[in-house]
Write a new protein. Structure first.
Length: 187
């Protein structure tokens, strides 16, 4: 199996040691190095552990012949755009059953009209992972609340809606929430 572990790790600005520490359970930098160079065979279990540590999906670490990667032409920083020192690619996003999308039709907060916000659906046991993130919360009668999850008290979620002058909202015992993970903006 050909993997893109090294490319994704470098794109995230992480060292071998960073990834090794972020794995659950933690491992060694040497093991990560062997897995990304192909010296050691990458199992599905290892692929998923490394993907979690990098904050991506396991599919993002596998090079598939029918999924073209996008070449990185330049790296952008505070001094401008620069050519990468070595060839790099990024994998286009792959949808999963837990993905939801929000289409922004009028600008609000940091979001502009035309933006798409990709979200990952979380079960109640995982709500803590969404603290200080923008989340979509279902409400009765097919309504939703979208805002920053600023606190959690037992089964109550405390949200700060987007926009100036908004007041904190409290939602009790939602069946799921979806945390914003990717912004797609047409320029």
């Amino acid at each position: 199996m050909i993997t893109a572990i090294r490319e994704v790790r470098r794109a995230k600005g992480m060292t071998l040691e960073d990834v090794a520490r972020a794995c659950v359970p933690p491992t060694t930098a040497q093991t990560i190095g062997r897995l990304e160079t192909g010296t050691r065979t990458v199992s599905v279990g290892w692929l998923n552990r490394i993907a979690d540590a990098l904050g991506v999906q396991g599919a993002d670490l596998v090079r598939l012949p029918d999924r073209p990667d996008i070449a990185v032409a330049a790296l952008l920083d505070s001094t401008g755009a620069h050519a990468p020192k070595r060839p790099a690619t990024v994998a286009p996003p792959v949808a999963t059953p837990d993905h939801l999308a929000i289409r922004v039709v009028a600008s609000i907060g940091d979001y502009r009209a035309g933006d798409e916000i990709w979200c990952d659906r979380l079960a109640p046991a995982a709500f803590a992972r969404a603290l200080n993130r923008d989340v979509l919360v279902p409400r009765p009668a097919g309504r939703f609340l979208f805002g920053r999850l600023i606190g959690r008290e037992d089964t109550r979620l405390l949200l700060l809606p987007l926009g100036p002058g908004t007041r904190q909202q409290v939602v009790t015992d939602p069946p799921w929430i979806a945390t914003a993970v990717r912004l797609v903006r047409t320029l």
